[in-house]
Design a protein around this ligand. Structure first.
Ligand code: ATP
Ligand code: MG
Length: 759
């Protein structure tokens, strides 16, 4: 391609053959085209007040992301974005409202900041330009040399999006409505099918009335031929209709699944802590009922409605009084169902509650099976299970009993719709009603057979609606909880140095009466270690939770560097931390996959480096398959200490500036603990660390140690100072080192006399 040499195109990043070939080989002064393209998108997003995060962009390495991927990236950050093909004319017609990203042929991009139709030029800005004022005018010919018409339009998302609206019946309805094009075809097919269904009875009427009476063989042949043709056509249409329904059902199913998982992931951690897993899973499982209803019952009922709309007029044409009788009977069926609904609903609700409770026991037992087994709790669990099963069964029985009534009561009416009408019709014919010929009666019977079933099922729809409404309610009780952030793209994404400051922080867990933290103030300079000690329940973990934005309703101020915690983008905040807890979850997969945890741009080299730092290298290399060793669910093939070291390595993989170790080494045997502790200085190099530990000896090297008691700060300072002035700390220290004292090692030399003085 030609290098755009004209001066007016200077701002359009010209294809640089050297840079275009290799992604990273370019000199630092000339970023790769892809880099420029991403810069353009970031700039366009920034115009709308949203910072895009490169970590959110999921592209395979050294592969140019498709426009759809780029658009998805922007949408995930809360922007409205579309990839489009444009011509010069439509480009000129764009009114100012933020830059348009033009995807250039060489893989880079330019920002169109305004169009000037009067002069027939557009104004472009180089995404790399520091100064916003650096724009150049480009005309159609020049642009066409570097641009093939691909562009990305970006806007601020207005208000709440469809996706973010609460999960309700109306929402579901709108989701079905989105499929209206296919649904229209389904309805059209159904209308034709219903009309076809009318033909045979009508022909039967003709056969009975004319062919037999007048002995007309030719009419019979004609009718037979027509019937055969109609039968084939009916089969074909039925096939098409089922296929279309299948398509809609599958699509709705996929959409619903995606949506639900997205919302579930958006819920805050403390929701999962406050609610039982079993209950959450059961409630979400109700979605399948909703889906079955939407793709099964709702659609068929809609089609039934079409059938009725076509057939009922025909019935009226054949015989008015008989039709009224059929409709009246269907009305009675509906009335009976509606009358029993409140009672059925109540019984249904009671049964659901029992089901949730039963399910909870199941999930809990599977989750805690180790504890159940090791404490030999099987009999107890079985007993609770028996109770719950008995409860659920009796309520299910009660539900069955109550819904048996309407089902029984409607039977006479349903029978009347078929056989009763025949009797009445025959009576009318006997009375000399001329409209009721034998043929007409037969036709009526055949048609009303087709009508009565939809009529009844429409009446039953009320019942199904009720059941689905409850299922929607259950699922909504999980999904409609307030998500962690209303806008995942909002917030600052500063580069952290790692300084942490708490100022007058108070915090009480929701629903708890006692405050977990009271007036906590401390500062951790960047690159230093803070130890947290205190009795169990003194608030150590709570401090680390606040820092990670898990609980956000604190009072006072928490800052990282100079940025208030509340202003930081949540995903960015959490990504900046490495966190190791006492018990860590390893995903199913290889050790390498677990260490890299799907982070883009990391390789096995990073995994090895992190493993070495965490003291995990030696045991990984002793495994027969090394980094490719498969970790099973619950990782039974690893020891507790090995798991822990993997977790530490995983936390270090992306080289975080901030590291939290909450009892990270307390599950380790002395040897592995010593290994990690020996590495802690290397681990700490260049980062700020918060270390929670019950073993004070592992905190001795911390720059500061914060002593907590019942959520209050007792003291803060380095080990030596605390030993001298803080009685709580000294007590904890002495408890752990008494044996040294008595064995004459007497390492803490001063404490004893100070303690005797009692400060
Ligand atoms: N998710 C929660 N919901 C409600 N209260 C909580 C929650 N987590 C902790 N608490 C309460 O907050 C207080 C502080 O708990 P925290 O977990 O911070 O203690 P800790 O110092 O880490 O204790 P440990 O050394 O046992 O881990 C405790 O009284 C605890 O009961
Ligand atoms: Mg804790």
């Amino acid at each position: 391609m030609q290098r755009a040499s004209s001066a007016s195109l200077a701002a359009v990043p010209a294809p640089d053959p050297a840079a275009a070939g290799s992604g990273e080989g370019a000199a630092p002064a000339a970023p790769s085209p892809l880099e420029v393209r991403l810069l353009a998108l970031v700039a366009a997003a920034r115009f709308h007040g949203i910072e895009l995060d490169r970590e959110d962009l999921r592209v395979p390495e050294d592969e140019a992301p498709a426009p759809a991927v780029l658009v998805g990236w922007m949408q995930a950050a809360g922007l409205w974005a579309r990839a489009v093909r444009m011509r010069w004319r439509s480009l000129l017609a764009i009114k100012a409202g933020g830059p348009v990203v033009l995807l250039l042929n060489d893989g880079s991009a330019a920002l169109m900041v305004r169009a000037d139709p009067a002069r027939n030029v557009v104004w472009l800005r180089d995404p790399q330009a520091v100064n916003d004022e650096q724009v150049v005018a480009v005309d159609e010919l020049r642009l066409s040399r570097v641009w093939g018409g691909e562009a990305v339009l970006v806007r601020r998302e207005r208000g709440v999006t469809f996706e973010d609206e609460p999960f309700t019946f109306a929402w579901l309805g709108r989701m079905v409505w989105l499929e209206k094009v296919v649904l229209r075809d389904v309805v059209l097919g159904s209308i034709v099918l219903s009309i076809l269904a009318i033909a045979p009875p009508m022909l039967v009427m003709v056969v009975l009335d004319k062919v037999i009476t007048y002995q007309s063989m030719s009419t019979l042949t004609l009718i037979a031929l027509f019937l055969v043709a109609a039968a084939f056509y009916e089969a074909y249409l039925g096939y098409i209709r089922r296929r279309l329904i299948q398509i809609v059902a599958t699509r709705l199913d996929a959409k619903l699944g995606l949506h639900i998982f997205r919302r579930l992931l958006g819920l805050p951690i403390d929701y999962f802590e406050r609610n039982q897993t079993g209950a959450i899973l059961f409630k979400l499982g109700q979605i399948s009922k909703v889906r079955d209803f939407m793709t099964g019952r709702l659609l068929t009922t809609m089609l039934d409605f079409v059938t009725l709309a076509v057939m009922v007029p025909v019935l009226f044409w054949i015989n008015v009084p008989l039709t009224w009788m059929v409709i009246g009977a269907a009305g009675c069926v509906a009335l009976i169902i509606v009358a029993f609904m409140p009672a059925v609903r109540a019984a249904f609700g009671r049964w659901l509650d029992a089901e949730v409770a039963r399910n909870n026991i199941m999930v809990e037992t599977v989750h805690g099976i180790r504890t159940v087994k090791s404490l030999a709790l099987e009999p107890q669990q079985r007993e609770i299970w028996d109770q719950r099963v008995a409860e659920a069964s009796s309520r299910k029985q009660a539900l069955g009993d109550i819904s048996n009534w309407p089902q029984t009561l409607v039977v006479p009416f349903e029978t009347f719709m078929t056989r009763g009408v025949l009797m009445v019709g025959a009576y009318m014919a006997l009375q000399g009603d001329l409209t009721t010929s034998v043929g007409a009666l037969f036709a009526f019977m055949m048609l009303s057979g087709r009508v009565s079933q939809p009529l009844v099922s429409m009446a039953r729809l009320v019942e199904d609606l009720e059941e689905t409404r409850m299922a929607v309610g259950l699922a909504a009780s999980v999904l409609n909880n307030r998500p962690e952030t209303s806008n995942p793209g909002a917030g600052l994404r500063p580069r952290f140095e790692g300084a942490i400051s708490f100022k007058g922080v108070d915090f009480t867990y929701p629903g708890s009466r006692n405050p977990a933290l009271v007036d906590i103030s401390f500062e951790v300079p960047a690159g230093t270690m803070l130890g947290l000690v205190g009795r169990s329940g003194s608030g150590k973990s709570t401090i680390t939770r606040l820092l990670q934005g898990i609980n956000r309703e604190y009072e006072g101020s928490i800052k990282i560097d100079t940025t208030d915690l509340r202003e930081i983008n949540l995903a960015h905040l959490r990504r900046s931390f490495g966190v190791v807890l006492q018990d860590n979850f390893l995903f199913r997969g290889t050790i390498r996959e677990n260490l890299l945890a799907g982070r883009p741009g990391l390789t096995i080299t990073d995994a090895v480096r992190a493993a070495r730092l965490a003291g995990a290298e030696e045991f990984i290399e002793r495994l027969p398959q090394g980094y490719e060793t498969q970790i099973e669910e619950g990782s039974p093939n690893l020891s507790g200490g090995q798991k822990q070291r993997l977790a530490i390595a995983r936390a270090l993989i992306h080289d975080p500036r901030l590291l939290i170790l909450d009892e990270a080494t307390s599950a380790l045997d002395p040897e592995s603990e010593a290994l990690v502790n020996a590495n802690i200085h290397r681990i700490a190099h260049g980062r700020s660390m918060l270390i929670v530990s019950h073993r004070l000896s592992s905190l001795v090297d911390c720059h500061q140690i914060l002593v907590l008691d019942q959520g209050r700060m007792v003291d803060i300072g380095p080990h030596k100072e605390l030993l001298e002035r803080c009685s709580v700390y000294r007590q904890l220290w002495l408890q752990q080192h008494r044996h040294m004292e008595s064995s004459g090692m007497g390492k803490p030399a001063s404490p004893k006399p100070v303690l005797a003085q009692g400060d």
